[in-house]
Design a protein around this ligand. Sequence first.
Ligand code: FPP
Length: 249
Amino acid sequence: MAYLEDVAVVPRHIGIIMDGNGRWATQRGYRRTRGHRAGVDAAKRVVLEAIAQGVEVLTLYAFSTENWRRAEEEVAYIMALVAHNLRSQYDFYRENNVCVRHIGNVEGLPGEVRREIARVTEDTAANDAITVNLAINYGGRDEIIRAVNRWVANRDDGSFSFCEESLRGHLDDPQCPDPDLIIRTGGERRLSNFLLWECAYAELYFSDHLWPDWGARELQEAIDDFSRRSRNFGGMPKEASTVTVGRAG
Ligand code: FPP
């Protein structure tokens, strides 16, 4: 009798809330924008380690639907940085066989960012060492609302039967497995509207290290911590199920 999912040592899908760029820069007497630049370097280090560990999907929360509330200058800088890096990191994606995808509301993004997203997702579609999902103008609530609207628009059988699969099938990336592990850096302990539907059974890992200080070692520590967790997806813990099955049998 199998009550349990196998315990996966390496998470198949990791989502990361990359927090702490601003504080990293301020602590060093730099402008906040410099922290975002350092954040891109951290993202590359973490992508390389994720590939080395055998992670299949990495979702990076680069810009939330709430981040538009930041100072206009900072928003403009982040948008330009994202567009520039989608373009300039092309060799990095190719050399490391990285498939880049996007989740979030593409319609709310500046034209340059939209064009670069379209180009890089098309050009890297066949790469298969890892999929890096960039969550840009992404909000979990917004994704759910857009999924429902897509379902309504696509409904061609006149039925009103709406179920988990209806919503799942209309999320931004319906084929993507749910995250096994969600990491938040920078000391805060909340999800901030990240992967709200998909996080149902994700393990959560909070790190005090600021995002620009992240690299291979920090990711390895998070994966080690994950591998020690017991996941039963609402079933019974391993020890309890063994005892119960033994007695009943
Ligand atoms: C979080 O730190 C930073 C962001 C939400 C901005 C965008 C992230 C990057 C530019 C890094 C990587 C980007 C890509 C495209 C891979 P914060 O500014 O909220 O830091 P704070 O909490 O210290 O102010």
